[in-house]
Design a protein around this ligand. Structure first.
Ligand code: SAH
Length: 358
């Protein structure tokens, strides 16, 4: 379905738009594109936060190594399998195995776990374990992993380097490598990182398009008190000229524009957004471009230690009735829970030669 290309000027104009009536037009466009290109199903992924051990020092994230307030954990393979079963029992099409960047993660342990999930279930398997060596990405792909999430966080290289010290690999190179290995490739950004301008954000959206991503997650930056960014005075960074606000509204704008530039991508309604608006966040995101929700199936005893930011809102499948509620909420906005794996239609459509991409 042809749509006029959306250039930087157009994106910037929407990012600066504040008028609710005019913004209605953006929400409508995004919702229409979503329906035409990925349909009315909302795909559910069971999120398993299998370890909070991290060797990195990212300025934004509560899992950063110097944060000694967290009790660190690594789930056993049996614990992970119990969560996988929970996802299966609830009819989800996929699980997402996410963790900090654990320097001691044994690649063959994870490969074994992937093989076990592959052998024992029909679920699609997504990994989100940070910046890892291409050989490891290959090992896990060969073991049966289908998808990989690695947000580039910001397209501004200076800002990225300052918030994310010590990288051995370039995230953009890794994303291209993931594509070559045959993964469904997911990335995304935080909105309102201190020092991130609205121009940067327009660049982020254009980079989604350039990378031709299959999955794109965007969520507001939420300060965590035990991080360098959480200790900044919000007045000082938020008031700087050109600074992107880490607001709910800005998140919806980015979500909607992302749907317009990458119409066939799977786009989740993120937990960070629901944290800003627990009662309406998911509903509004799903009506403004999103088509995926990721309920949390991490056992409660670990979940509170996976504090990437404070007061994380979770759709908790452990609580009785939570999923019935979800199904009725979906029905109320004319949507249904997806059946099957919910693969990204973008992957089948994109050119396989990633080497030519920027
Ligand atoms: N270690 C993995 C998984 C990190 S958690 C990795 O680095 O890829 C997944 C995402 O949570 C991150 O990519 C980041 O975009 C987001 N995140 C981390 N800290 C956050 C914060 N304070 N506010 C909002 N989102 C945050």
């Amino acid at each position: 379905m042809p749509t006029p290309p959306i250039g930087r000027e157009h994106i910037l104009a929407w990012l600066h738009e504040e008028n609710p009536e005019r913004l209605e037009a953006l929400w409508r466009l995004a919702d229409q594109r979503r329906r035409e290109c990925v349909g009315d199903e909302v795909h559910l992924r069971g999120l398993i936060e299998f370890s909070n051990v991290c060797g990195r020092q990212c300025a934004y994230c509560g899992l950063r190594q110097p944060n000694t307030k967290l009790r660190r954990y690594r789930m056993t393979a049996d614990d992970v399998m119990a969560s996988v079963r929970e996802a299966e029992r609830n009819g989800f099409g996929a699980v997402v195995l996410q963790s900090g960047e654990d320097p001691e993660l044994d690649p063959s342990w994870l490969a074994g776990l992937v093989r076990r999930i592959r052998r024992e279930t029909k679920l699609a398997i997504t990994l989100s374990v940070g910046e890892r060596a291409p050989e490891e990405l290959r090992l896990w792909r060969e073991a049966g992993a289908d998808r990989y999430l690695l947000r580039f966080e910001t397209s501004n290289p200076k800002l990225f380097a300052s918030i994310h010290p010590g990288s051995v690999f370039s995230r953009l190179d890794l994303l291209r490598e993931l594509g070559r290995l045959g993964y469904e490739v997911g990335s995304g950004v935080m909105i309102g990182i201190p020092g991130q301008s609205v121009d940067d954000l327009a660049g982020d959206i254009l980079l989604f398009e350039t990378l031709n991503l299959d999955m794109i997650g965007v969520g507001p930056f939420i300060p965590h008190p035990d991080t360098p960014f959480g200790r900044l005075d919000p007045k000082r960074w938020l008031d700087r000229p050109g600074q992107t606000p880490n607001s709910e509204l800005m998140t919806y704008k980015v979500l909607a524009l992302t749907r317009l530039v990458c119409p066939y991508a799977n786009i989740p309604s993120t937990t960070a957004l629901a944290t800003l608006n627990p009662s309406q966040g998911h509903r509004l995101a799903l009506s403004r471009g999103a088509n995926v929700v990721m309920p949390n199936v991490t056992p409660a005893r670990f979940r509170e230690q996976y504090a990437i930011y404070p007061d994380k809102a979770c759709i908790d499948v452990g609580a009785d009735g939570a999923l019935t509620d979800l199904a009725s909420h979906l029905a109320a906005i004319g949507r249904t829970a997806g059946k099957g794996r919910g693969d990204s239609p973008n992957k089948g459509r994109r050119a396989t030669d990633w080497t030519k991409r920027r």
